[in-house]
Design a protein around this ligand. Sequence first.
Ligand SMILES: [Zn+2]
Length: 477
Amino acid sequence: MAGQGRGRTGTVSAVSAVSAVSAVSAVSAVDAVDAVGAVGAEEDAGVYRRLGGFAQTSESVPADAPGVLGRRGFLCCLGAAALALFTDDARAAPWSTECRPALPPAANEVLQRALLGLAPEDLWDAHCHLLGNGDSGSGCYLHPSLTSGINLIERARKRVILDASCVGADASSIDRAYVERLRALTDAFPGGARWLLFAFEQAHGDAGAVDREHTTVHVPDSYARSVAAAHPERFEWVASIHPYRPDALAALRSAREHGAVAVKWLPSSMNIDPREPRCLAFADAMARLDLPLIIHCGEEKAVPGARREELVNPLLVRPLLERGARVIVAHCASLGHAADLDKPSAPLVPSFDLFARLMEERAFEGRLYGDISAVFQRNRDPAVWRAIVERRHWHGRLLQGSDYPLPGLKWLTSVPRLHAAGLLAEADIGPLEELREHNPLLFDLALKRRLRVGGGSVAGFSAEVFATRRHFMAARA
Ligand SMILES: [Zn+2]
């Protein structure tokens, strides 16, 4: 871990590549995260900016400011998650919450209140990443740009082995350690609660062939399926199938037969244009099989992959909905801007506004949903935070998701900032932060259960946001 005396600018100026992920390759993931850890920077927006655009809206900085990335990239979602796999910073690593004693009373009380009124068997975390580097033969892959650097793998290995008392005897494998750690965290939940583990498809070219060069992360369906099968009391699995694949429809049928409860796409990274006829045919099949599609909308530059950023426009989901598919927009498209394709000459608008427009279209009730994973990270606009909690008529169409392992990255979610935005009582700050030290999954759930609006007078999310199992039961029929 970086010492406090480490030169901030020295590290940061080394982060001079064109995007957050390139920065990772230039400096190594370890150093990039060390840069954050070195300043212990809960409130040091400067470092976040330099790391690639945690500055959304109010924290925007000129692109030519010293040390700032030439082109803003967003170290969010899966990129940060993959990076977290290889961090040396105990405070940032997904397995950072080492074997700790029982929860302190205040944190335990927050947790108990968070679980109150929820049926555990209905509580399915609808957005949970499975990651690995393939060292167990899983077929998982991380682009060398994510893992290059000085002895990076070795450092990650050491980190994992250090935590072996928590992750089990098999900790010499990062693949296995990741799963063991996640499974251990789920032990703290009442029986019945489950997590949807995401496979993650490779980028494909327009002709339907795998494009390995533009694949940032790959988690094969077979691996997600096997991990879920090994822990059926806790895990379900979500397939990820590129619709341009010649065998896409057969793969979809096979995934459903083997228990997949949904399909995940990240269009910008995988090169998926939802308007494409092959996507429409895929949507038809999804509708027939009654499987929901979980699609990332809104900015995602940290898994650059095919770099088709125009494809995460929420309005592109419309043709899929019109085919009758059920679509869950990841993160409610809460990050970044996109073109208003309904008014082509208009300037870019917040992606969230386009998602909201679709949510208000009557025809899409019962088809369009949003997951609330990552929504309350610090890089989202507080106005979006409040809108999602306040629109009670949406709650029946919102799904709890943690975006694990991201809740374990302290620098991504600022509890005091949520309080400052009027969404959390001051008394909840300490217990929630303590809870995060023990278990980021519990933290994520408790945080969302404690949210309030109207200065605390109006209840936050209704219980139906957390009772997500009902959205995935078709696969069980
Ligand atoms: Zn995610």
